[in-house]
Write a protein that binds this ligand. Structure first.
Ligand code: FE
Length: 191
């Protein structure tokens, strides 16, 4: 696969369709600057700022943009809120669409055929595989991403975190809890 990618990049560069330096700059940005820490800041702010949470649910693209975070033009980001009654989970059944701007590069399993198919046919089984055991009464809603529409899960704040600063709250927010395949850390797990 690496050889095929390199061959393709060479041909496109020789034909003048792409600029290798620009490609490298984009890759470096996603490897070093963009990552789940951005989504964690968004979630932590939603937990501690009711007005921001309302804005996030109403229009996540605008709310994230207002935070001064990266947002590619054309992407429509939707925040879906977990409640005791409903757990949300994100997949792209077609390929690998993922909210790069807030979560960075997707994990390998997110792009795998087993996750993409089982997330919709057996979401509770997938959650169990991830070690997430929801109460039987909690429903699960699976959201299928597209090239234009991306999702981020707004998890429920863990118990015992009332009054925490946004910075401290953000340390509870894992990548997987924003995909819906995990839950935030417990308050006792962070110093
Ligand atoms: Fe996709």
């Amino acid at each position: 696969m690496q050889l095929r990618v390199r061959a393709l990049e060479t041909v496109l560069a020789e034909k003048g369709y792409i600029e290798p330096a620009a490609i490298n700059a984009i890759i470096e940005a996603y490897e070093t600057k963009v990552g789940p820490h951005i989504g964690a800041r968004v979630v932590a702010k939603a937990w501690s700022d009711p007005a921001f949470k309302r804005a996030l649910i109403a229009d996540a693209s605008q709310a994230v943009l207002a935070l001064g975070l990266l947002n590619r033009v054309g992407d429509h980001l939707i925040a879906v809120e977990n409640t005791p009654e409903l757990h949300n989970m994100i997949v792209c059944t077609l390929c690998s669409c993922y909210p790069w701007e807030v979560l960075g590069l997707p994990p390998v399993w997110y792009k795998s055929a087993p996750y993409r198919s089982r997330a919709v046919s057996d979401p509770r089984g997938v959650l169990n595989d991830f070690g997430v055991l929801l109460p039987a009464g909690t429903g699960i809603r699976v959201w299928d991403s597209t090239a234009e529409t991306r999702f981020i899960v707004l998890p429920m704040p863990p118990a015992g975190t009332a009054g925490w600063s946004e910075e401290k709250l953000a340390t509870l927010v894992t990548r997987d809890c924003m995909i819906g395949t995990g839950l935030p850390k417990e308050a006792s797990e962070v110093a």
